[in-house]
Design a protein. Structure first.
Length: 515
């Protein structure tokens, strides 16, 4: 069941496909494309130039690029140099980027001409960051080494192409939904194990697939599926720089694509667009995949009915190299659940005393398997707290039904305790989402003088509609116990989310403090 033949060093996978299918397009974006044969030579050249610039085995290199072919090539080149890739969102602010650069002790950075000035400023503040590689510097004014030159010209050094796949190859920073991000140490083995246990055998990802990916590549979900898994199976992928409903609709209508991975909000927006385009169809599309945040069961069902395409929901976290569970294409599915644990992975649901809860009861999900992180970079205390006796303590609340289907119900730290009674924000959000005028929503707990905490809801109205707060609360009254009802309704223009779709709740709380 587990496709262990896919678990190989990145360099081996690249060479394997370069020999078997040299002219096949591996990755393309709106500007360029790279075949498997070109991918081999380009990443070998880039890796050698990194080594020529002084990047040693185990050194960290930042990728500060938008979604693009160059992003993928840079990632593979860093790994082929025996270094550690540190993806950073190209939209990160200077303090956000600088924190990651310093925390990971990056020695080089690959970025665009538009961000080269910021990169140079960071280099001035961080002396160990001494190599700048610039993508798209057509006029040569940004300084640094030109990516296009390094990509084409042979270096002095051959790539190290390490055989071992168990050392950290990636430092992926957590979403930071509750505070400052932590650097998660992941190996090629842990990441490719997810390909071998999940995407290839369960989703059926294979060399005949053409994947359309709008996922932000600096997140673990995209790095795992949209970068490494495409390479592992020898598929083709079209990379979208940023998700746009109209752009994705146009691509999917073309009939070129077989697989579309996204996060719940993307599928929500595609459904909204389909209401204005009732004839929209996605010919050729065999499968959609969702992870990164909780997928409401009604949206999953409506999407499948509207487009006639199976949408498999799963659950994953950075610390487990992404996926923990996934729904299967065959057999019974439980809408609203995130599916079954991957083959070879152990899961438990425990109470506050560390004891397994009765079947169907809520508790903390803990996970053990080959895909666990080795730890948090430079954070031994937090590593020891999260990894105990081989188990990763997720901090997520879950339930399991008699057939093994897991449903994520919230976060331990996000639970709102109102007068001694626990409220899961996700449960209130599901009720609010069913209100006709609501496009998007989020629930947070705020202090209350007598009750401790109460839930408040932030809502985004559908286009050309308004949200009546009193009507919304009445709507919720039909679906929720009285103690779970929102204490206040705030209408906003957008809900702050990470690139993987998770709600950034602390920003919503900060917005209340500023009012």
């Amino acid at each position: 069941m587990i496709r262990t033949e896919l678990i190989k060093p990145v360099a081996t996978l690249i060479r394997q496909h370069a020999q078997a299918r040299p002219a096949k397009v591996a990755y393309r974006d709106s500007r360029t494309a790279v075949t498997y044969g070109q991918l081999d030579s380009a990443t070998a050249n880039l890796a050698g130039h990194l080594q020529d610039a002084g990047i040693g085995a185990g050194d960290s290199v930042a990728i500060f690029l938008p979604n693009s072919v160059e992003w993928v090539e840079s990632c593979f080149a860093i790994v082929r140099a025996g270094a550690v890739a540190v993806p950073i969102s190209v939209d990160a602010t200077e303090p956000e980027a600088m924190y990651r650069i310093e925390d990971a002790a990056c020695k080089a950075i690959v970025t665009t001409a538009a961000r080269a000035g910021l990169a140079a400023a960071m280099m001035a503040r961080h002396p160990d960051l001494r190599t700048l590689i610039v993508v798209g510097d057509s006029d040569g004014q940004a300084g640094g080494l030109r990516y296009s030159t390094l990509r084409e010209q042979p270096p002095r050094s051959l790539p190290r192409d390490p055989d071992s796949i168990d050392e950290p190859s990636f430092i992926i920073y957590t979403s930071g939904t509750t505070g400052r991000a932590k650097g998660v140490l992941l190996s090629q083995r842990s990441m490719l194990w997810v390909t071998a246990a999940c995407w290839a055998p369960i989703a059926g990802l294979n060399e005949n697939d053409h994947v359309l990916s709008p996922l932000p590549l600096f997140h673990s979900y995209a790095l795992n599926l949209s970068v490494l898994s495409i390479l592992a199976v020898g598929a083709t992928e079209t990379i979208i720089e940023k998700f746009s409903t109209s752009d994705v609709m146009a691509h999917l209508k073309s009939g070129q694509f077989t697989v579309f991975p996204g996060v719940p909000t993307m599928f929500h927006y595609l459904l909204e667009a389909a209401r204005l385009d009732p004839d929209a169809r996605f010919p050729g599309l065999r499968l959609c995949l969702s992870a990164g945040a909780i997928m409401p069961g009604p949206i999953n069902q409506e999407f499948e009915q509207r487009f006639g395409v199976m949408l498999l929901d799963g659950y994953g976290i950075t610390e487990t190299s992404t996926m923990v569970t996934l729904n299967w294409m065959s057999g019974t599915r439980v809408m609203g659940s995130c599916g079954l644990a991957l083959p070879g992975l152990s899961t438990r649901i425990i109470d506050l005393n560390g004891q397994d809860v009765p079947q169907g009861a809520e508790g903390e999900l803990i996970v053990r398997g080959p895909n666990l992180m080795s730890g948090y970079h430079n954070k031994p205390g937090e590593t020891a707290s999260a990894l105990r006796e081989g188990w990763y303590y997720t901090g997520d609340l879950a339930r399991c039904d008699p057939n093994g289907y897991l449903t994520i119900t919230g976060r331990l730290k996000e639970i709102i305790i109102r007068g001694g009674q626990n409220i899961a924000p996700s449960e209130v959000e599901e009720a609010v989402s069913a209100f006709p005028a609501v496009l998007d929503c989020a629930v947070v707990g705020v202090p209350h003088q007598h009750l401790g905490e109460v839930p408040v809801v932030f809502v985004v109205a559908r286009p050309s509609m308004t949200v009546d707060p009193e009507a919304l609360v009445q709507h919720c009254r039909q679906r929720l116990s009285a103690y779970k009802l929102p204490d206040a309704v705030h209408v906003v223009s957008e809900i702050p989310r990470t690139g993987s779709g998770k709600i950034i709740r602390f920003r919503l709380k900060e917005s209340l403090a500023q009012d």
